[in-house]
Write a protein that binds this ligand. Structure first.
Ligand code: IPD
Ligand code: CA
Ligand code: CA
Ligand code: CA
Length: 311
């Protein structure tokens, strides 16, 4: 299968409509689950799944396989742990039916469907729809990133362009997550990093940067969307899967963001198979003119400052 820009646009139109339809099911489900509390545990008591996670994935998978029978599909709820599919050059949908299941169960209005398409092993299309706020983020490779909300016209991202400068980490608003691995080792490791980002170095925090603040939204995909939008400066997490970030990556990149795959990965904004499956990633918003080396250098400088601070 070969994908041209026109075909990508057609797939985007189809997947946007599908994401909106899935969003209705998510909304309906959230109301029911908030009353019943019916959720099953996966790895532990904070790793939850409901009948709606499964139902939304089934809906999306069925529709996509009818419409695009030659495309492959990876989804959180149909993924069998331990049997990681190798990415091929073929188009592969990569879907998280409900990203932010904990929020969905609690009625905290930050949960979404995250629908990405990988082609030649890189994200090329992304749709993230949060039905609670009726916000739809989308992008295709080379086409820019957009936000549609309520009945307003689509707005190109980032929302402020030229964007506010970010001379240092100490001026940043940073998205972080506890994730579902709450082992002592992980919680201590993340806790130490969060302390270095939030604590006042004048009071003795080693390597501290005291950023403006930290935010924990509960949805990896919406963290990416917010960095694309410019509302968050940085999002960093250890423990994500391809379906958490695939759509977010292309939306962010098309909005001038820089995505990196952990401290030791090369700083090249190239989200390949290794980064998608790598569990570690970092994204920073557009700071200056990212068409020029200067704007990109500013992003890279912040990424270095970040890793020197947290690790
Ligand atoms: C989780 C959310 C959460 C992030 C975890 C993800 P789920 O996805 O995105 O914010 O911290 O790493 O697994 O389980 O709600 O789809
Ligand atoms: Ca999950
Ligand atoms: Ca997820
Ligand atoms: Ca999920």
């Amino acid at each position: 299968v070969q994908l041209t820009q026109t075909e990508l646009q057609a797939i985007l139109n189809y997947t946007v409509a599908l994401a909106r339809e899935a969003g209705l099911l998510i909304l309906e489900g959230s109301a029911k689950i908030r009353s019943s509390g019916a959720a099953d545990e996966k790895k532990n008591s904070v790793d939850l799944v409901t009948e709606y996670d499964v139902a939304v994935e089934r809906l999306v998978k069925n529709r996509l396989s009818e419409k695009y029978p030659d495309f492959k599909f990876i989804g959180e709820e149909s993924f069998a742990a331990g049997s990681r599919p190798e990415l091929t050059d073929e188009p592969t949908f990569c879907v998280d039916p409900i990203d932010g299941t904990t929020n969905f169960i609690h009625g905290f209005p930050y949960a979404c469907i995250s629908l990405g398409l990988i082609y030649l092993k890189r994200p090329v299309l992304g749709v993230i729809y949060n039905p609670f706020l009726n916000q739809l983020y989308s992008a295709i490779l080379g086409g820019g990133a957009y936000l549609e909300q309520a009945s307003l016209p689509a707005i190109r991202l980032p929302l402020a362009d030229p964007p506010r400068p970010l001379p240092s980490l100490s001026q940043a608003l940073i998205g972080i997550e506890w994730g579902s691995d709450r082992s002592l080792e992980m919680v201590e490791k993340k806790g130490e990093s969060f302390k270095r980002l939030a604590g006042d170095p004048a009071t003795g925090v080693v390597k501290g940067k005291m950023a403006h603040s930290l935010r924990s939204l509960g949805s990896a995909a919406l963290n990416y969307a917010l960095v694309a939008q410019g509302g968050l400066d940085i999002y960093w997490e250890i423990g994500t899967w391809p379906w958490d970030i695939c759509a977010g990556v292309i939306i962010a990149q098309e909005a001038g963001c820089f995505v990196a795959g952990g401290r030791d990965a090369p700083l090249d904004n190239d989200v390949n198979e290794r980064v998608l499956w790598g569990r570690k990633h970092f994204v920073i918003r557009k700071i200056g003119d990212t068409e020029t080396e200067k704007g990109v250098d500013a992003q890279k400088r912040l990424i270095k400052e970040f890793y020197e601070t947290v690790e």
